[in-house]
Design a protein around this ligand. Structure first.
Ligand code: FES
Length: 179
């Protein structure tokens, strides 16, 4: 039997083989420039998706890693006082998650002075961090936000404020007092 004229190679599934990895051009296909633009848009969206994943991972992991790596200043000064850093470590307008015993605490240097709270979110227990871009203590899990001077919930799902921790600044040294 004679092969059919014009028939190209056929794959196992019976569909026409694709040469060079591209589908055959058919009538009504978009021009090449449109295809290139779609490829560029697809690449950009893929890059944006990757950036979002990396940013989210950094937001979640930064406070956790900060808590897990022991502070060189995290020595107990007796009487339940724990040295957690200096004012140079936490300059005005910034905050830091520190270890207080086995629990994370967040120390924030605000206009109202140095404040500290439990760093465990009152919603579902994620470790919060200070976000200097929004000027709030922020939970990376569901975007709960707390006032850095009072620990009160500003927005999001947390049902209660962050429990405060007693802070004392002696010279340039910041101490937290264990309850
Ligand atoms: S765990 Fe913090 S907002 Fe949900």
């Amino acid at each position: 039997m004679e092969p059919e004229v014009g028939a190209g190679p056929v794959t196992e599934g019976g569909s026409p083989a694709v040469e060079g990895g591209r589908p055959p051009v058919e009538e009504g296909d978009p021009p090449a420039a449109t295809e290139d633009r779609q490829t560029t848009r697809r690449s950009f969206l893929r890059w944006l998706g990757g950036l979002t994943i990396v940013t989210t991972a950094a937001m979640v992991l930064t406070p956790v890693v900060g808590f897990l790596i022991p502070s060189k200043n995290g020595a107990s000064a007796g009487g339940g006082k724990v040295l957690v850093g200096t004012t140079a470590d936490i300059p005005a307008g910034s905050g830091k998650v520190v270890a207080m015993g086995s629990k994370p605490a967040i120390v924030v240097n605000t206009e109202q002075g140095v404040k500290a709270f439990s760093a465990i979110c009152t919603h579902l227990g994620c470790v919060v961090a200070f976000n200097d871009m929004v000027g709030a203590i922020q939970c990376p899990c569901h975007d709960g936000r707390f006032n850095p001077a009072t620990g009160v919930v500003v927005s999001g799902p947390p049902p209660a404020p962050l429990p405060p921790i007693t802070v004392s600044v002696e010279g340039d040294q910041i101490y937290l007092t264990e309850a």
